[in-house]
Design a protein around this ligand. Sequence first.
Ligand code: PGA
Length: 250
Amino acid sequence: MTFLVANWKMNPQTSREARHLFDMIVDLGRLKNVETIICPPFPFLSVFGSPKSIKLGGQNMFWEAQGPYTGQVSGKMLKDLGCDYVILGHSELREYAGESDEIINGKLKMALKCGLTPILCLGEREGEEMGHVLSAQLEKCLKDVAKNQIEDIILVYEPVWAISSGIVGSGKPCLPDDALSASLFVKKTLSVLYSRFLAEKIRILYGGSVDAQNAASYVKEARLQGVLVGGASLDGQEFSKIANSLNDLT
Ligand code: PGA
């Protein structure tokens, strides 16, 4: 199964537009080889009814279960709204909300406790050394995560320098060969932290300026288990093309 995650970020601006975009892509749920996961802003999670074949995910959540935490959303709330997944550790939250690896670790453990599959984003900034950053992020974000839960996590290699401004074609995507090297590095690190067996089983996706032209190369050439799409997921036609190109591969 290939994973296709749509990260809508802080778009669109009205529930009417969100519904319209969702209606354009809801049919992708019939694709046999692709699991499509839509991660809209929190207020729109409940406007799609209970889609059966398309999965829903949150873009963030809090590390505590409930209580006096103004502005936060719990894992249980996401579950209650039909989410199976939650994106964690996105570089934009690291940048704008000062999210640290320790905070992400707390959120990840709470997500697992709530029965959500964490989609954990990792990646270096421009000028940083990929291996150095990935090993530190993996070690800290996965601290105290039990061996038997590692398989429940999806990792995304999302180099910060590859993320687009939201406009299709505006970014600088990572070459499939480089995404493959990063994923091999992730597996090597996990085999030291856990075991070779688990490292081989973990699902790794690529994110950063994915569009209909390049999506399939990350699965075919980089041998990854799917892609996470930002800007191009806001264009129903482009996103459908991505989904179909992935479906045709397997
Ligand atoms: P992008 O965003 O596809 O627009 O580069 C990816 C992401 O940041 O989730």
